[in-house]
Design a protein. Sequence first.
Length: 256
Amino acid sequence: MGLERGDENNSLASGDLQDPPAGTDDMMSSQDRPSAAGPPRRRPLGTRLAIYVALSVATVVTLVMAAGTFIAQSQMDGDLRETAEVTAFAVADDIELRPDSVPPDTLVAVLRSFLDAAADLESITVYRGSAGVVQTVVSTATVPTAPESLVRQVLSTGDTVWAEAGPDTLAVGVPIRPGTDRQGAVAVTVSLAGIRRLARTAGLIALAGGAIGVVAITLLIHLQVRRLVLRPLLDIAGVMDVARGGDLATRVHVHR
């Protein structure tokens, strides 16, 4: 009995001291060992410098193009408004200087002459107002496009009134002798569609030119940086490697 118990104790002790399975140490060591991560890969100095300069140039070019397009569009819009208003006053003055009974055919010819002088105008319409009723006397358009509310406001206030007559269309109304028996109004409509198309076209052309310019500047900067910065640095690095090997007589050739 004592021998058997001693054998059991010896077997337990030997079982506790048995080696772990093969590969366990490798697994533990691989888990405990920190994995070495390589440094992040960075772009060359010349490429980074060219990208930064190109982005700066692109930002400046975009802002300049946007400002130029906005200023040009505002200038052309103001010119069209001025042309429409001057034409309306000129028609009103012409009608005021004519006799009371003017045949409609004669007025149409007059309006056509004013309309032909300004190609951007759409239509010219003469209105008569009496007892709160607005009547169309003559117009260069088949259907007058000026809003009736604009004509009523001109007749009631005797002032120059602007209003939207439709998409991309403005109308201006001026009075004809307000406060007399010949009270009326002249309305001139002008289209802004041509200006906006021109602005969009100019913006696209400027954008394409700016993109080409940015690409060209980027390539030029990249080539100049390689020649003026990177190549001398590579020469210095090569000379340092040679000097590290023991040749202290080597020199760097400086090009000015």
